[in-house]
Design a protein around this ligand. Structure first.
Ligand SMILES: *[C@@H]1O[C@H](CO)[C@@H](O)[C@H](O)[C@H]1NC(C)=O
Ligand SMILES: *[C@@H]1O[C@H](CO)[C@@H](O)[C@H](O)[C@H]1NC(C)=O
Ligand SMILES: *[C@@H]1O[C@H](CO)[C@@H](O)[C@H](O)[C@H]1NC(C)=O
Length: 660
């Protein structure tokens, strides 16, 4: 609380500590960061300068208003007021909206030779502003000596007696200088020159609106190279496990701006949850909590009586530059990836002041070996295992409130989950090639400094009998199925000849063209799922805006039937959006033998995702429903008010009755 008094109209220079000037990579003189507080007519400002970057914050709001770097006065957009900010989308009893959580209290947490940490804090009071979410929020920024960037984290807390609230999304957003940044990088194979915000303007006729507002066709872009391309930010989403660094490059100034996320612990929804990254603006986002690709199933509700506290971040906003004069994109991207490795290696950071952020020695380690028992015991190799708040198997997919710690097993199934915050967890997992969700039977209590060895943990995936037939591979996505070619006049050339063919706009419409009158029929033994199983079970357009349900058939022969036995249909879904899947055996028009009921709001079909959240249905099929010879399973998705109701299958398997 020491230095919270700031005088208006006063230029106040706090005591400066100078260390020996050091030279950074590209020759700028680095020094211990200084903090300067200024007041003028337009408000107060805090400026932190370490000789490499100079960062301005509105005070006490704590919005980043300027980043001066390498002769660029502001890498952020000079035109927008909100250009570097945290925000929350929320809904209370009488209010819904977006809260930029502007601080009301500025203070310096620490300042020394090595770094400055500052705080912009907002405390919530019953009876306070209606448009403020009931949360105490402490936004922290750390600027270090000889470091070309800004660390930021937030401490979010609600007290149990506060009103109930829905909290859908928490993120940090940067709007960059559009004169400078045109080249965007999300991954090695996802980077390109980007159109501008102005090119997306449908009101001024620069672009044409498509099936939903996020997707536009660039009909009159300033740069003719983009003509008729589709732009949609959801084409650049990433799974959390891969979403460690993304950003923008100014090819003119040879400067890169990157958001580095060294850990997944503070995100939500587990390692394969997808979220936005960078997109037209130029915009770069780091998301902590969101419903993207999950929808209403995401855990967003906080009831009265419920306390919550979570540290989000730190993430690292990294700037780099290159003066070699060649095309800088490869160099800057390679350097950004290298820097990401450094950040991951130094996680958990030892320079974070908040006691809510445990240091390495205050965290624990959990090790073990995952085996899979699917009739025979094999190592659970290349599986994801993770600690997440206690819940039912798979509950990590929708969990936002707690911390999650995930890792991948090696070829022999061994795993080490390190840097785990003290707490009570379940150990969860999923194994490529096997259906279902693993959860270890006992809870795992992690204490500071503890090293817990679970030895062997065995996952027994659901199975009631030998496989009769199967479609697809159990990998929680629809990737292996038939993904059609994009429409020539509405495509993104980035995804031509690309492993992620599914990221093109409009693919769902291809179903109606491929199956104009009759739905998909898949014959076991003759059909090939990579050619004959459409990646999404969508509705059919029958003209105008009218859509009808579709019924897919799986045709198979059985040489004999065990009448008294119970077969099992293992039906794994990779995605569902307002869908109701009805399953019938050998009778297309009877009452459905099984229905999922209305499920899912993950919107993966419209968002060019190849999966949303995973669901497995193990359906018991009495032998009397089957017959020797030809059988047909009818899969009817019965909801059809538009193009986007539907689902994606991950994998389907018919099992014989158990032989024991
Ligand atoms: C400053 O940072 C650069 C780049 O990370 C590094 O090479 C150099 O050794 C650092 N200098 C000091 C004195 O820490
Ligand atoms: C498609 O990608 C492959 C592998 O990356 C490459 O060898 C080939 O040249 C590409 N083809 C076209 C037409 O770009
Ligand atoms: C199925 O189709 C894919 C893609 O065309 C092909 O690579 C694969 O060999 C086919 N499988 C069989 C069993 O024919």
């Amino acid at each position: 609380m020491a230095s919270s008094i700031i005088c208006f109209f006063l230029l106040l220079l706090l005591p400066l500590t100078f260390s020996e000037p050091i030279r950074n990579l590209y020759g700028t003189r680095a020094r211990a960061p200084t903090v300067q507080q200024t007041g003028h007519r337009h408000g107060r400002e805090v400026i932190v300068d370490n000789g490499i970057i100079r960062v301005s914050f509105s005070s006490p709001q704590g919005l980043i208003t300027g980043i001066k770097y390498k002769g660029i006065d502001n890498v952020l957009s000079p035109h927008l007021r909100a250009r570097g900010y945290w925000d929350i989308t929320w809904q209370g009893e009488n209010y819904r909206g977006l809260d930029r959580i502007e601080g009301t209290n500025f203070r310096i947490i620490s300042q020394n030779e090595e770094q400055v940490e500052i705080s912009f804090y907002r405390k919530w009071n019953i009876g306070g502003s209606r448009s403020h979410i009931p949360l105490n929020v402490d936004k922290r920024y750390i600027i270090r000596t000889n470091t070309s960037g800004i660390y930021t984290y937030g401490i979010f807390e609600r007290l149990p007696e506060w009103p109930q609230v829905e909290m859908g999304q928490i993120r940090i957003v940067f709007k960059l200088n559009s004169d400078r940044f045109h080249y965007m990088v999300v991954a090695d194979d996802r980077q390109r020159e980007m159109p501008t915000d102005d090119d997306r303007d449908t009101h001024r006729g620069h672009a044409k609106a498509l099936a939903y507002k996020e997707a536009v066709q660039l009909t009159h872009p300033r740069n003719p190279m983009f003509k008729n391309q589709v732009d949609d930010k959801y084409q650049y989403t990433c799974e959390i496990k891969d979403n460690k660094v993304h950003g923008w490059i100014s090819t003119k100034s040879h400067v890169g701006f990157w958001l580095i996320s060294p850990s997944g612990e503070y995100r939500s929804g587990g390692p394969i949850k997808q979220d936005l990254t960078s997109h037209v603006g130029p915009t770069a986002i780091s998301t902590f909590i969101s419903g993207h690709y999950v929808g209403q199933d995401m855990e967003t509700h906080y009831r009265t009586g419920e306390a919550w506290k979570k540290v989000l971040g730190p993430v690292f906003i990294y700037l780099n530059s290159d003066s070699t004069g060649n095309n800088p994109t490869d160099l800057l991207w390679e350097d950004a990836k290298q820097q990401t490795k450094e950040e991951v290696k130094s996680w958990p950071y030892d320079f974070v002041a908040s006691s809510d952020y445990p240091s390495r020695k205050e965290r624990g380690i959990v090790t073990g070996r995952l085996l899979v028992n699917d009739r025979v015991i094999t190592p659970g190799k290349s599986a994801y295992v993770g600690l997440a708040p206690p819940g039912v198997p798979g509950s990590w997919q929708t969990n936002t409130k707690g911390y999650q710690f995930w890792t991948k097993t090696n070829e022999a199934g061994y795993f080490t989950i390190d840097n785990v915050r003290p707490g009570t967890y379940n150990l969860y997992g999923f194994v490529p090639g096997f259906i279902g969700d693993f959860r270890y039977q006992n809870r795992v209590e992690v204490a500071a400094g503890s090293k817990i060895s679970l030895d062997r943990v065995v996952y027994q995936p659901p199975r009631n009998g030998p496989t009769v037939w199967e479609i697809g591979v159990p990998d929680r996505t629809a990737r292996e199925f038939f993904v059609p070619e994009p429409y020539k006049n509405t495509m993104n050339p980035l995804f031509l000849n690309h492993t992620d063919k599914f990221r093109q706009y409009g693919l769902w419409q291809r179903y109606t063209e491929l199956y104009p009158n009759h739905d998909l029929v898949y014959t076991i033994g003759a059909s090939n799922y990579s050619q004959d199983w459409f990646y999404a079970h969508v509705t059919r357009n029958v003209g105008g805006s009218t859509y009808v349900p579709t019924t897919w058939q799986i045709v198979f022969r059985l040489p004999y039937v065990n009448w008294r036995g119970s077969y099992t249909l293992q039906l794994a879904l990779a995605s569902a959006a307002r869908a109701n899947l009805q399953v019938r055996f050998n009778s297309e028009y009877s009452i459905p033998f099984f229905s999922t009921g209305t499920i899912g709001r993950d919107n993966a079909i419209a968002r060019h995702g190849i999966h949303g959240i995973y669901r497995l249905y193990s359906i018991n099929v009495p032998g009397r429903l089957l017959r020797p010879g030809t059988n047909t399973i009818y899969l009817r998705q019965s909801k059809a008010s538009g193009p986007f109701e539907g689902l994606m299958y991950d994998y389907i398997r018919l099992e014989e009755p158990s032989r024991d």
